[in-house]
Ligand binder design. Structure first.
Ligand code: SF4
Length: 232
């Protein structure tokens, strides 16, 4: 049994056919889904990991398909869980400002998370967000792969170390690896920058400095796309 955020007990998440066949067995072919909307529909009832017991909604990615740029965060927060849309809370609003200053439009990208249900932890009576765990990321990988397939990005930007370690490499550290493109999943140039939720916890000069670095990182990705000339 697993303990939920309210102290309740849940059975272990059911290992559905598509989990075993789709991720572990790789027997589910890519052409199982013909469109991203078909993927979204199937993901909306996903219970491949225990996050399905505490979520309100599955928060699938959204944006342009295909898109040259894919942005990948850690996981939905409370507002995203309620609205079923990624990055609509305070962190999302900060991210929109950073996009604006970087000359990138949200409607031109695909934005998603490495897990699609809100990971939570209980502190006393308070339910807070937490980082997704490795088995949750692994279980959710089937949807990540389909987003890669349909979005077909030229550049991927990870927000925070958690998606970066999943999509670039286990040892990735933001402080050391940001500011450069790496060979990411599927051989796609991939970088990482700070998560906006981290920036929201900073004050004064530290916050201005980190926001400046994020803008620099997004501009670097935009310049790479422009240089490639791979307009989609
Ligand atoms: S986090 Fe991903 S794998 Fe887990 S239940 Fe949600 S959609 Fe399914």
């Amino acid at each position: 049994m697993e303990e939920g955020v309210h102290g309740e007990e849940f059975p272990r998440a059911p290992l559905f056919h598509s989990y075993l066949m789709g991720y572990a067995g790789e027997e589910l072919q890519d052409n199982h889904w013909q469109t991203i909307d078909e993927v979204r529909t199937e993901a909306s009832v996903c219970c491949r990991c225990n996050l399905c017991y505490t979520r309100t909604n599955v928060v699938f990615g959204c944006g342009a398909v295909p898109s040259r740029l894919m942005v990948v965060g850690e996981g939905p927060g409370a507002e995203e869980d309620k609205e079923a849309t990624p990055f609509v809370g305070r962190a999302g609003r900060l991210l929109d400002q950073i996009f604006l200053k970087s000359g990138i439009r949200r409607e031109d990208m695909w934005i998603t998370n490495i897990v699609r249900c809100r990971p939570t932890a209980k502190e006393g009576e308070t339910v807070r967000n937490r980082a997704p765990r490795s088995p949750e990321i692994t279980a959710c990988n089937i949807w990540m792969e389909q987003e890669y397939r349909f979005v077909s990005p030229s550049v991927v930007i990870c927000l925070g170390a958690v998606p970066a370690q999943a999509l670039i490499g286990r040892g990735f550290r933001i402080g050391e690896g940001r500011g450069a493109l790496h060979n990411g999943r599927r051989g796609i140039p991939t970088t990482a920058t700070y998560h906006p939720a981290y920036v929201l916890r900073l004050r004064g000069p530290d916050r201005a400095r980190i926001e400046g670095l994020m803008i620099k990182d997004f501009r670097m990705a935009a310049e790479h796309m422009a240089a490639e000339g791979t307009q989609k």
